[in-house]
Design a protein around this ligand. Structure first.
Ligand code: GDP
Ligand code: IMO
Ligand code: MG
Length: 424
């Protein structure tokens, strides 16, 4: 039996366009599953020409036939989930039919959100730039073996365990001198868990493995990006989960040999939101042009995204740790008007050329080395076929393919559902 789990994940610092690409490829699968992260994610897609931002619900939810699973590796905020369910229901999605949640998924409590805020405030200038959704405290309670899980909601001991954990959190909050009243958050939380209990709560690992046995096809949807991975990202300026392909195994309960394709998403340039190293960041007019043209403002927090040129040193590292089998390059259209494009091919650190991502990207000054390309200066948004791609665009793509040793198979040339070209 040819088991089949494919993965779509981000190769940069998040917001590569995963939502759009998962929605596009979803039609080839039976189950779309999120394996990590939580409401820190904001995945944008267009349905009936309306923009939708999903945070925890997988991006296959608008396909009637497909089951969308929130895996055990996710940290789930029930309040945000209920709002998302309301949004998608307005488009006719039947969440009680198409949305499944693993009973092992950890819950984000109101005090996790408070702790996230308190911890960030206490860091001052050294803040991570967290989305303040409670991600790090919730994962800390998971690895610290204190957390509460979706399956616990169904047991009568839930309230006692909730109060016990809240007390622990209150002690921590007192240490931070955090005194915001969170009683309104708590009220919303308890209303929302009643709704959550009405959804399909399943043993995610059995569900997915039994589906695979029956020949069903699974697409695992990553959140954040490889450079935000807790182990391999720009630590400590990272998120708290394994965003890379290895995260699929422990975030869903599938064995490594069941993973087939790993499709990596990269923008044609690069962005980052929040603090931390970003070697190719452009603090100038060109950076401003990228932000404006690319509409680079956070889908979850609205914060302006930092912008810069594509970084092949970081991308090659991401391809290596993920085992990327093909690449989708998004937002190529954003580069349409630029006279010149640059591609980072190496980092100079202490006057030495380096093609590896260093252990500590903040300690040493990294001077990116660039190769320049002529811009294509054509409206690419209407392109439908690879034969229409300008010579300059092909040169840009071919150089990246050769550097990475992995082929870009699709180019996304607009936010719309069908603005994508197979160039393989
Ligand atoms: P995700 O977190 O990886 O799903 O990405 P986000 O949704 O946070 O950010 C990607 C943004 O770029 C969204 O506003 C998308 O609608 C938009 N987008 C995706 N692909 C393209 C593209 O090829 N061209 C343009 N111009 N916008 C795109
Ligand atoms: P999607 O899935 C971009 C960033 C935050 C911050 C760091 C830690 O839409 O690509 P956290 O709230 O996780 O503790 O924040 O990670 N971050 C993201 N950046 N896209 C995301 O998700 C992100 N999720 C978290 O800005 O720098
Ligand atoms: Mg996003």
């Amino acid at each position: 039996m040819g088991f089949m789990v494919d993965v779509i994940l981000g190769l940069q610092w998040g917001d590569e366009g995963k939502g759009k690409i998962v929605d596009y490829f979803a039609r080839n699968y039976d189950i779309i599953a999120r394996f990590q992260g939580g409401p820190n994610a904001g995945h944008t897609l267009y349905v009936q020409d309306k923009k939708i931002v999903l945070h925890q619900i997988p991006s296959g939810i608008f396909h009637e036939r497909i089951i969308n699973l929130i895996g055990n590796g996710v940290v789930l905020d029930p309040v945000i989930l209920r709002k998302e369910c309301d949004t998608v229901s307005k488009f006719g999605v039947e969440v009680h039919k198409n949305l499944f949640i693993s009973e092992r998924t950890h819950l984000i409590l109101p005090t996790h959100r408070a702790l996230d805020k308190a911890a960030e405030l206490s860091k001052g200038d050294g803040k991570i730039g967290s989305t303040l959704k409670g991600i790090s405290p919730a994962y800390m309670d998971k690895t610290g073996r204190n957390g509460l899980r979706v399956g616990d909601l169904l047991h009568k001991s839930f309230i006692t365990n909730y109060i016990r954990l809240r007390l622990k959190h209150e002690k921590l909050l007192n240490n931070y001198n955090f005194s915001e009243d969170i009683s309104a958050w708590e009220e919303e939380f308890f209303e929302s868990i009643e709704f959550l209990k009405t959804l399909n709560i399943v043993s995610g690992e059995y569900y997915i493995n039994e589906a695979l046995e029956k020949g069903k096809k699974v697409l695992a949807e990553g959140a954040q990006g490889s450079m935000l991975d807790i182990d391999f990202g720009t630590f400590p300026y990272v998120t708290s989960s394994n965003t890379i392909s290895a995260g699929v195994c422990n975030g869903l309960g599938v064995a490594p040999q069941k993973i087939r394709e790993v499709i990596g998403i990269s923008k044609a340039y690069c962005t980052r939101v929040g603090s931390g190293p970003f070697p190719t960041e452009l603090d100038d007019e060109t950076g401003e042009d990228l932000r404006k043209t690319g509409n680079e403002f956070g889908a979850t927090t609205g914060r302006p995204r930092r912008c810069g040129w594509i970084d092949l040193v970081a991308l090659q590292f991401a391809c290596m740790i993920n085992g990327v089998t093909s690449i989708v390059m998004t937002k190529a259209d954003v580069l349409d008007a630029f006279d010149q494009l640059s591609v980072c091919t190496a980092y100079n650190i202490d006057d030495e050329e380096n093609k590896r991502v260093p252990f500590q990207m903040t300690r040493n000054k990294i001077v990116p080395q660039y190769k320049n390309f002529k811009g294509w200066k054509k409206d690419s948004i209407a392109f439908k076929h690879k034969d229409e791609l300008p010579v300059e665009m092909n040169e840009y793509i071919n150089f990246i393919n050769n550097y990475l040793g992995v082929a870009i198979q699709y180019i996304s040339n607009g936010p719309g559902r069908d603005q994508i070209i197979n160039i393989s």
